[in-house]
Design a protein around this ligand. Structure first.
Ligand code: AMP
Length: 398
């Protein structure tokens, strides 16, 4: 059975076709510049490629290009879309409504659209993607929504509420929702599996460290707390995002520089974090190179990022009254051994011990703690597309 996984952005469309018999990716690709010009780059698992510049005024033309790539191009992997059992969509914001993945009915689609107020950059684009999918493939092909937020829906009330006047929660739903839930769910399940214990019996911390970063405390097999909040801006510093800071710093700067809320949003989301501090790049590899060459601000960005990650991990150990296992994932988590060592060495007081040799491995699933470590520490590569495909299969099999 084949599942087509879609991640629709406002001007882009990422996709993977996954064969669920062996959970192997058959092909993947990306449509870009939708609404402007249009281009597709597509690759089959055996290395064939297809690229084209073709007009994509809307997501519908992008899906037509994807169908061509999958079924007719020199990198085709299937004869017809009839071979595809269902389509799984990544949806960023499910609010308090969606506690798990669901079949996309007209009512669910409307709810996803309505939640656009909480994710203005994402949900409206997902809705465009779903509508274009329906137009291209018809209503017979089941479509499933998999939400970044649903893994975090188990957070208790005292964890997800902000200490603002209660009416803002009642009127606008202002609370912590979290993000990267598909990744945290996938990695925590895999972590329990490799340790060989039921996830209900483990206290786990998952550090998803990429361009966007979040850390989640997983207790009794479900999310107890997570670093991202009302939006994916919360938590600790990321490639271009601030993470948590004193809101007064923002109102102060806004008054000094005569900034609007939209300006503040842009600065905090796009111009801050590793980029804002280093002035070099949002990419950890560039920053590491600059720091090694003696750039003080690059070194400062690295020091700040590591320290903030350590503080979140430490706070979640306190929140769960202990930890059995920690996983690192995402581009940074899977590759940056020095960062992992910094975090783990600073947890040495509670018996965390890293195997320095294993910790040099990159991008692969590996236990990096020693056999004497009181806490198991692993690198677990994340796979959000596979998690979406698995959920899609589960929903259509019901
Ligand atoms: P992601 O958003 O998960 O693709 O992760 C992007 C981040 O991972 C960027 O900051 C990259 O610099 C970082 N990254 C990717 N590969 C490496 C690597 N080999 N070493 C250090 N950081 C890496």
């Amino acid at each position: 059975m084949k599942i087509f996984v879609v991640n629709a952005g406002s001007s882009s469309l990422k996709y993977q076709l996954i064969d669920m018999e062996n959970e192997q990716v058959l092909a993947k690709g990306l449509c870009e510049r939708i609404g402007v010009t249009g281009a597709i780059s597509h690759k089959s698992a055996d290395g064939r490629t297809y690229t084209a510049e073709t007009p994509m005024p809307t997501h519908s033309e992008a899906f037509e290009a994807v169908v061509y790539a999958l079924t007719k191009s020199e990198a085709k992997v299937i004869d017809s879309f009839d071979e595809i059992a269902a389509i799984g969509h990544r949806i960023v914001q499910g609010g308090s409504i969606f506690k798990g993945s669901c079949l996309i009915t007209p009512e669910a689609l409307q709810q996803i659209d309505d939640l656009g107020a909480l994710a203005p950059l994402h949900n409206p684009a997902h809705v465009l993607g779903i509508k274009a999918c329906i137009k291209t493939f018809g209503t017979e092909k089941p479509q499933v929504a998999v939400f970044d937020t649903s893994f975090h829906q188990t957070m208790p009330e005292h964890v997800y509420m902000y200490a603002l006047p209660y009416e803002y929660y009642e009127k606008y739903g202002v609370r912590k929702y979290g993000a990267h839930g598909t990744s945290h769910g996938f990695v925590s399940s895999r972590l329990a599996e490799v340790i060989g214990k039921d996830k209900k019996d483990l206290k786990m911390i998952v550090c998803h460290l990429g361009n966007g970063c979040s850390i989640t405390a997983v207790k009794d097999g479900v999310c107890y707390d997570t670093s991202m909040g009302f939006t994916p801006l919360d938590g600790f510093m990321m490639g271009t995002r601030t993470g948590t800071l004193d809101p007064s710093a923002l109102t102060f700067i806004a008054e000094k520089e005569n900034l609007t809320p939209a300006d503040i949003n842009r600065i905090c989301n796009k111009e801050s974090g590793m980029l804002g501090i280093s002035g070099v790049s949002n990419d950890n590899r560039d920053i590491a190179a600059a720091a090694a060459a003696g750039n003080h601000r690059a070194k400062l960005a690295t020091d700040m990022q590591r320290y903030q990650i350590l503080k979140f991990v430490g706070s979640y150990i306190a929140a769960m009254n202990g930890v059995d296992a920690i996983a690192f994932t995402g581009g940074i988590g899977e590759n940056d051994g020095e960062l992992r060592k910094y975090v783990c060495d600073n947890l040495g007081y509670m018996g965390v011990k890293i195997d320095d040799e294993k910790n040099t491995l990159r991008g692969t699933e590996v236990k990096i703690s020693t056999d004497h470590s009181k806490v198991d520490v692993y690198v677990i590569p994340t796979n959000e597309e596979l998690a979406i495909a698995r959920d899609t299969l589960k929903i259509i099999s019901k």
